[in-house]
Design a protein around this ligand. Structure first.
Ligand code: M6R
Length: 607
């Protein structure tokens, strides 16, 4: 999604803005721009495509000034073009915007009737023009911006810069996050703390409905009602290592490699002191008092929910309903009493998931979230937010956040099994013991990278790829297909192995590789039968299994990758590694942009 940055500094703003925008690149964008004030005059530069295009433009046509705003745009209204790129300027006002102004058509008609001309197709231009209009009626810049805000519907974060005002940025959030950074006689604003990491670690997060008047030596925040609001200034430990590639070619590769470490940390965080039970630090959930779980998320986080459904139902015998947030929020599902609503989100800002959470407020007994960003909206609006401790995830394709989500959800399912008396203390302790060995097993799986790279080079030739899995491997097959689509742009679909013969088998021919995820578990023989059906139709099977599975089921397959054996219940976390590495190396072989795939955004803050 779009990224915002603003600087009231003591040095030239343009290089600082571009540097900060680079740290927002991971969010996904298709054009970028900055505006600065020099000797009271507002000016801007904008370019389509990668930030390097903007940097090149600035080399030939520099922008001076120590105050400025910048933006990376992920197109919603209007194609990626220089005209549609932010900042948008209307006379003395420049504005950058994340989110969507839902009533922009009405506002646009109103402005058009007043004879005001538009030069872009964006919703954001309306904000600049409206503010300009109020200023021309005599309002001071901040008052004009506030009056504009009162007219806007939708979800947005905004930052304004005004001609003649070298010590002023006005910022506001409603639905999209904004962070203010405090420097020494400098002030910054960014759509997340990562953007500001090189300038400051002193951060104030704006809350829903807040607006802020920034100057170099002061910050005034008002809440939605217009009252002065005190918002905490926090020191953020934004470990530089987390936002560097650490010697890897891509963030995704680094994040895949980090999984044994971060999963180990997540396991330790939720283990009791004696290591034999699950403890939720600082809070508790009594699953014995719950009859039903509703789990809601989007994308990869949804596949984590789908996996967790198997765990909660099989281990704790709790009925679980799962849904993708964009459907859940509009289908008005009844939420019976004794329902726990659980929301899973890496960013904690996904608009649909947040709306689904809000739907459950006042209906569910308890709202729990499993998030990576503890300061996020979803975390703050939950009764209980459980961190997954994956560290900053930059690659658009989620990897370590997925496996950390799985780890935390499995531990929750074990807690539920214990609370409900479905597993004995000994069984829980034994499974937790296995879980503590998982980082070592994941390291061994990462050593299979060479074999997976070789398989991926073959997959890179394909136009369509199918993924199959049964039981706990079915959500993994879906995740493997999603990962591959996202970064290699190869068409990939996943099916429950048993569904193949109900239609998708018509797709099989010698050109369609079929990736089968199948550890040697209780369902293995059934999956092997489905593989035989594929191979009987000249389908090419890539089997991902353990050594027992390879010796029993690999005859006649196109390719096989062998993973370490693992307790059945942990298999989804382990099998995520080959799914990720296959997608990664296929994308590398195809030469696509692994960390910032086309059309995608890291955090989807619009519907
Ligand atoms: O931040 P969230 O976990 O709420 O994001 C949900 C999805 O947008 C996200 O998982 C998306 O599907 C990823 N690009 C998958 O790799």
């Amino acid at each position: 999604m779009c990224g915002i940055v603003g600087v009231l500094g003591n040095h030239e703003a343009a290089p600082i803005l571009v540097e900060a925008l680079k740290r927002l690149e991971y969010r996904g964008y298709d054009s970028a721009g900055i505006a600065t004030i020099n000797n009271g005059t507002l000016d801007r530069r904008r370019a389509v495509g990668k930030l390097v295009n903007l940097s090149d433009l600035l080399v030939h046509d520099p922008l001076l000034g120590k105050s400025g705003i910048g933006h990376t745009r992920w197109a919603t209204h209007g194609a990626p073009s220089v005209d549609n790129a932010h900042p948008h300027q209307a006379g003395p006002v420049a504005v950058v915007h994340n989110g969507i102004i839902e009533n922009f058509r009405d506002l646009r008609s109103e402005l058009a009737e007043a004879g005001i001309r538009f030069v872009t197709e964006t919703d954001t231009e309306t904000v600049a023009l409206m503010t300009q209009r109020y200023m021309s009626e005599g309002l001071a810049p901040v008052d004009a911006a506030r009056k504009t805000l009162s007219r806007l519907e939708g979800a947005f974060a905004l930052a304004f810069l005004f001609e003649g005002e070298e010590d002023l940025i006005f910022a506001a959030r409603k639905g999209s996050p904004l962070a203010i950074g405090h420097g020494e006689g400098e002030m910054f604003v960014g759509s997340d703390a990562i953007a500001l990491a090189q300038m400051t670690d002193q951060i104030t997060y704006l809350e829903e409905g807040d607006s802020a008047v920034l100057a170099r030596n002061s910050l005034e925040i008002r809440n939605e009602a217009g009252e002065i609001a005190n918002r905490e200034k926090r020191q953020i430990h934004m470990d530089q290592a987390q936002i560097d590639k650490g010697g890897h070619k891509h963030f995704m590769a680094k994040e895949i490699a980090e999984q044994p470490t971060v999963i180990g940390e997540a396991v330790r965080h939720y283990l009791s002191n004696d290591g034999k039970s699950v403890a939720l630090p600082g809070a508790d959930i009594d699953f014995a008092g719950i009859d039903r779980l509703v789990m809601v998320a989007c994308g990869t986080a949804y596949y984590a929910c789908m996996t967790a459904k198997y765990w909660f139902e099989q281990l704790a015998r709790i009925p679980v309903e799962i849904d993708i947030a964009s459907e859940f929020r509009y289908r008005e599902p009844p939420i019976p009493v004794r329902t726990l609503a659980l929301f899973v989100s890496q960013s904690g800002e996904t608009a649909d998931t947040l709306a689904a959470l809000r739907y459950c407020e006042g209906k569910a007994d308890k709202i729990v979230s499993v998030v990576n960003v503890p300061e996020s909206s979803i975390a703050r609006e939950s009764d209980l937010a459980l961190p997954i401790l994956a560290g900053t995830e930059i690659g658009v394709a989620s990897t370590k956040a997925f496996t950390c989500q799985l780890t935390v959800l499995l531990m929750l399912a074990l807690k539920a099994a214990s609370d409900r008396g479905e597993m004995s203390e000994g069984e829980i302790a034994a499974t937790l013991g296995e879980l503590q060995t998982l980082p070592g097993i994941l390291n061994a799986a990462l050593e299979r990278e060479g074999a997976l790279r070789a398989s991926a080079r073959k997959l890179a030739e394909a136009r369509d790829i199918l993924f199959l899995g049964r039981g706990l491997m079915y959500p993994l097959a879906l995740e493997g297909a999603l990962k591959l689509k996202e970064i290699s742009y190869i068409h990939a679909e996943a099916y429950a192995s048993g569904e193949l013969k109900h239609g998708p088998i018509a797709l099989i021919d010698k050109h369609v590789p079929v990736v089968v995820m199948a550890p040697k578990d209780g369902l293995f023989d059934k999956t092997v039968s489905n593989m035989q059906e594929v191979m009987a139709r000249n389908g090419k099977v890539l089997l991902i299994t353990d050594s027992d599975g390879a010796s029993e089921g690999a005859q006649g397959v196109w390719d096989v990758v062998t993973l370490p054996a693992v307790d059945d219940v942990l298999a989804p976390i382990l099998y995520a590694i080959p799914a990720q590495l296959l997608a990664y190396h296929t994308a590398v072989a195809k030469g696509t942009d692994v960390d910032q795939p086309r059309n995608l955004a890291k955090s989807v803050t619009v519907e």
